[in-house]
Design a protein around this ligand. Sequence first.
Ligand code: NAD
Length: 325
Amino acid sequence: MGYKDLRFKEDAVFLVTGGAGFIGSNLCEAILDMGYRVRCLDNLSTGKYENIEPFTANPRFTFIKGDIRDLDTCKEASKGADYVLNQAAWGSVPRSIEMPLLYEEINIRGTLNMMEAARENGVKKFVYASSSSVYGDHPTLPKKEGHEGKVLSPYALTKKVDEEYGRLYKTLYGLDTYGLRYFNVFGRRQDPDGAYAAVIPKFIRQLMRGERPTINGDGRQSRDFTYIDNVIEANLKACLAPSEAAGEAFNIGAGGREYLIDVYHDLCKALEKEVEPVFGPARAGDIRDSNADISKARELLGYDPEYDFAKGIGLAIGWYKEHLA
Ligand SMILES: NC(=O)c1ccc[n+]([C@@H]2O[C@H](COP(=O)([O-])OP(=O)(O)OC[C@H]3O[C@@H](n4cnc5c(N)ncnc54)[C@H](O)[C@@H]3O)[C@@H](O)[C@H]2O)c1
């Protein structure tokens, strides 16, 4: 079952931090469509107001422009919220290697502020974005919770620390936290621009413009590319998960594994562009292969992803064709 039939109490309030970003804005939209109230807290650093602008006419939607590095802002935003979906963070492995201090401030301190605020305000469930990057250099595939290696970037370390705080806030304070280890999410509204853009929207944008995309490495790296609707499902199911499952982190992937070079050729075909890629050097801090074992999320959250890669990429390409000039 997907997420659209899930039911919460009628006047439920969801706080989505990072709600103006790619994943956050999709969460805001899905929850509004289901008829519940949404507060979006975002400082618009990497997110865009245009992602949430269509929701502002909805009386069940509130936008708070603010920073999760400020504890008072977090407390104010989470007052009266039933559920917190903490998405605010800075992404990108290479950028974190350039700016480790900033990642510490936003991704660790910011998330800790939000957990503290949620604890003080008696929030029912605190669901937060972690990342498959926590698996670091552990070689086994598929990736399974409990088998993490050494992290390869400051970004991955911030997510690993967040998970430790998530565990502690459950055991010490009884806050029901659920860490969702997203595996390369893609879909509508993901930003195609900038040096740190994710590979799928970036390639789509470049191919549509007739540019030659660069593949870092030989293209034989593999990823469990996960369509956005699977991630929405995971967040909402975590809000309804039993307390006994809290304090834990869960793989949220589609359970598949695509080679980057194959994805590239799929995109060329779908966009009717025959462009040879440029091959650049492999990137420091990147995992070579990634593929999620999703049995823990299936068992404890009832996660049952509806979209495999093929179904998701078709929808994503359709969206970009319509929305990118
Ligand atoms: N997209 C992926 O493939 C992926 C994979 C693994 C984990 N994640 C995690 O999922 C979450 C959402 O990622 P996304 O892809 O939607 O990124 P995004 O950059 O589109 O969204 C992040 C949002 O957080 C906001 N933000 C950043 N710092 C903030 C701060 N200090 N205070 C308030 N708001 C702040 C940004 O303005 C932005 O709107 C992040 O935690 C990211 O680390 C994403």
